[in-house]
Write a protein that binds this ligand. Structure first.
Ligand SMILES: NC(=O)C1=CN([C@@H]2O[C@H](COP(=O)(O)OP(=O)(O)OC[C@H]3O[C@@H](n4cnc5c(N)ncnc54)[C@H](OP(=O)(O)O)[C@@H]3O)[C@@H](O)[C@H]2O)C=CC1
Ligand SMILES: O=C(O)C1=N[C@H](C(=O)O)C[C@H](O)C1
Length: 252
């Protein structure tokens, strides 16, 4: 596989290592200093681009790939209110787009357990629910894409919650924020964001009743698991047309 890496940061570098280990070629590397090279000329002959950049740049990068007929795997978070637009463009152009808020296998198992647990809690009743995500201090978005996916899984399965808010003390760029945890409306799921050191990613869903507490928790130990998932997704995407996510990959 001849791959392009778009975003040569923490994930881009890890992806390069995994591509090499698995016998692929990182034929094009795009970062801020050569972002202008993401064009038809440089994308010619590329089988798939792996895009891990920033909330401000992901949309344009993916669009450029799709407009040039290049398959894209993206994991950039903090911009996905516009993902449906690109999925539509991909279908119109007969292209290939794979997106996941988290490429770690264990997190995707957690996504499934999370949906099942929310449905069970809905039947039993009597529990409040909240989500906490902890990440490194360089992270540009809050809440994490993974926490939003967890919240969406709960909202689809628990009738008394209508949306989520983000309690993110000390994080300026948080979306849907409440200033104090006490301001979280009863019909919203509170996602608490914490930024600490170099933490790769911890997500916890907590259900609490008057009598007990039940937690679903996942801790990423290193970025290798994330990069491996993205490269496996790229292998899966090669030669396909359409819009895909981790459920499609895990079914195969
Ligand atoms: N879905 C998943 O499984 C995962 C998703 N992520 C997400 O992926 C994204 C990247 O994460 P991470 O690698 O840790 O972040 P980093 O900040 O380490 O890397 C991002 C890189 O993208 C570069 N960049 C910025 N603008 C452009 C552009 N227009 N074209 C090309 N490159 C550009 C940055 O350069 P510069 O530093 O000069 O700005 C930087 O080198 C984040 O949104 C993160 O949340 C991360 C891990 C897993
Ligand atoms: O920025 C990160 O590092 C990560 N971002 C993703 C997210 O926002 O969920 C995935 C993972 O948690 C690491």
């Amino acid at each position: 596989m001849k791959a392009a890496i778009i975003g040569y940061g923490k994930m881009g570098r890890e992806i390069e290592r995994i591509l090499t280990e698995r016998g692929h070629e990182a034929a094009l590397v795009i970062d801020t200093d050569n972002a202008g090279e993401l064009d038809a000329e440089h994308l010619a002959g590329i089988d798939v681009a792996l895009e891990f950049t920033t909330p401000a740049t992901a949309y344009a990068n993916i669009r450029t790939c799709l407009e040039n007929g290049t398959a894209v795997v993206s994991g950039t978070t903090g911009w996905t209110d516009r993902l449906a637009e690109l999925q539509e463009l991909c279908r119109e152009r007969g292209g290939a787009l794979f997106y996941a808020s988290n490429y770690c296998l264990g997190v995707n198992l957690m996504f499934r357990l999370n949906r099942q647990l929310a449905a069970m809690i809905g039947r039993v009743g009597g529990y409040g629910v909240r989500i906490e995500e902890v990440h490194h201090t360089q992270k540009l978005d809050a809440p994490s894409g993974t926490a939003i996916t967890l919240a969406e899984g709960i909202l689809d399965n628990l009738a008394d919650k209508q949306g989520w808010v983000n309690y993110a003390p000390g994080i300026a760029h948080a979306t849907n924020r409440v200033e104090r945890s006490e301001d979280t409306p009863a019909d919203r799921i509170e996602i608490r964001s914490v930024r600490e050191g170099a933490v790769p990613g911890i997500h916890t869903v907590t259900y609490e009743s008057d009598d007990d507490m039940l937690e679903l928790k996942h801790t990423i130990k290193n970025r290798r698991t994330l990069a491996m998932g993205a490269v496996v997704a790229a292998e899966f995407l090669c030669g396909k047309q359409g819009v895909f996510g981790m459920d499609d990959l895990l079914r195969n």
